[in-house]
Ligand binder design. Structure first.
Ligand code: GLU
Length: 469
């Protein structure tokens, strides 16, 4: 039997990191089993779907390594509507489902409780189809539904506690629960690997598989992803969109490595490992069923390591969207013609060891590409103290007299200027850094000045000096 798994996102919002994690787990499982990965877009909630969300899913998957053309699909649930209706009709005709026109209020009035589920009132009343009549599944009164789950063992649900749930609404449209089962059935899905939040649906869905006469799939409900307060990640509260991480400059390699560690770890006390190790070692059965903490700080540290491991040329390439504002990345504060690839290449190795997400490249190098630096006024106020004007005067004169404009000479020259005033290098360089880059922190100063060049360095120092008058 060929293993067939599917990833079945709904295009109702930005693509969620938890979704990316499930997609990767499906992807690896299919690969390990010599199976097939199917992508199905569950687009039947017409009110909430948008085509751009579908495009967002495809491009996010592509980014994370599940590239277009390397899987089966995408299929669209809406295109299978005929099958969904046919299945509902079959269940009715075989007596496994019946029509009911009770409102919620009717049920409440009969049961005396707003919490109790449907009471089976229409089970044997023989109501035929008609406008406003929902189709309900006749759940067995006895026995239990045992869900075989690779991560959770065999969760068992007593059938008598499962209400006769709706499978098609009053307007005849099948509900998600049924559509999802019918799609999995028609697509020959053998393993359903999905988020834990769907576990409560599973006994109902398995009953539908049984009633439709097809062997149910093997299930694997992967743990919910939570924030530091152990709350389920929510798009209103937490940063959950994969796209947001991408725009901030997380590398796809770091992201997918981190996502796979949510509830699982490779052998040997390692966390940062090549993707091939994850593909070899990952075992769905080993995934911890408890909620998995999405630790952004840890992800950031991972990303820093991935950035540092890049060959410099790849780092330079990887920074381009932030330097030139391509794709969905916001444009940088300088004009395209002000960007100087050679100057960037010269400072790139210095930046590579310092940044943890690629977007941080911009404040580190903006001084190189702007006609005048963006002055951080708080930094200015903190740094430009009594004596700064005099110090800048001396530094300008000493730099101006330099024969060779290189980091070494700049450093020894400024050191000497400081020494005359009994200042350590750190204190001496602070006003120069603010004058030239606009900030108190950044790349090593003397290398930066070397790349910026004599003329621009001196004119910025003079401009700062004028401001200090
Ligand atoms: N469309 C569902 C979701 O996005 C997935 C259901 C499933 O995987 O079975 O949550």
């Amino acid at each position: 039997m060929t293993v067939r798994v599917r990833f079945a996102p709904s295009p109702t919002g930005m693509f969620h990191v938890g979704g990316a994690r499930s997609a990767l787990q499906n992807w690896i499982y299919a690969k390990q089993q010599g199976g097939v990965f199917v992508l199905r877009i569950e687009d039947t909630d017409a009110a909430r779907n948008k085509p751009e969300w579908t495009e967002g899913i495809l491009s996010a998957l592509d980014w994370i390594g599940i590239s277009r053309g390397s899987y089966e699909g995408p299929y669209f649930q809406s295109q299978n509507a005929g099958e969904h209706r046919a299945a509902a009709a079959r269940l009715y005709e075989s007596g496994r489902a019946y029509y009911c026109d009770c409102t919620r209020e009717d049920v409440q009035a009969r049961t005396g409780s707003q919490y109790q589920g449907y009471d089976g009132y229409h089970r044997d009343l023989g109501l035929g189809p008609g406008e406003g009549r929902a189709l309900r599944f006749r759940t067995p009164d006895e026995g239990a539904t045992v869900v075989v789950d690779l991560i959770r063992g065999e969760p068992t649900f007593e059938n008598r506690l499962i209400e006769d749930f709706v499978i098609a609404r009053g307007d005849g449209s099948p509900v998600f629960l049924l559509a999802n089962v019918v799609d999995d059935m028609t697509m020959g899905i053998t393993h359903v690997i999905r988020a834990e939040e769907h576990l409560p649906n599973t006994p109902k869905q398995q009953l539908l598989w049984d009633a439709l006469g097809v062997k149910p799939p093997v299930w694997a409900h992967v743990p919910v992803v939570v924030n530091e307060k152990r709350q389920k990640l929510s798009k209103r509260r937490d940063k959950v969109a994969l796209e947001a991480y991408r725009e901030e400059g997380y590398l796809a390699g770091a992201m997918r490595n981190y996502l796979m560690l949510l509830g699982w770890a490779p052998s040997g006390d390692r966390e940062i490992v090549p993707w091939s190790v994850i593909e070899d070692e990952f075992r769905l059965e080993e995934v911890n069923p408890s909620p998995a903490f999405f630790d952004e700080k840890k992800l950031r540290a991972f990303n820093g390591e991935y950035i540092r491991a890049l060959p410099v040329a790849e780092f330079v390439d990887a920074c381009q969207p932030w330097l030139t504002g391509t794709g969905t990345i916001a444009p940088p504060p300088w004009q395209p013609e002000e960007f100087d690839a050679e100057a960037f290449a010269a400072v790139a190795p210095l930046a590579q060891t310092r940044i943890t997400v690629l977007s941080e490249i911009v404040p580190n190098v903006d001084f190189l590409f702007l006609a005048s630096p963006l002055i951080d006024e708080a930094a200015w106020a903190k740094t430009m103290k009594d004596g700064s004007a005099d110090l800048l005067d001396s530094a300008v004169a000493a730099f101006d007299a330099l024969e060779s404009w290189d980091a070494e000479s700049l450093k020894s020259t400024l050191e000497a200027v400081g020494a005359e005033r009994g200042l350590k290098l750190g204190k001496t360089q602070a006003p120069v850094r603010v004058a030239v880059t606009g900030r108190t922190v950044g790349l090593p100063l003397f290398e930066s000045l070397e790349v910026l060049g004599r003329e621009r360095t001196l004119s910025r120092m003079r401009a700062a000096r004028v401001r200090l008058v």
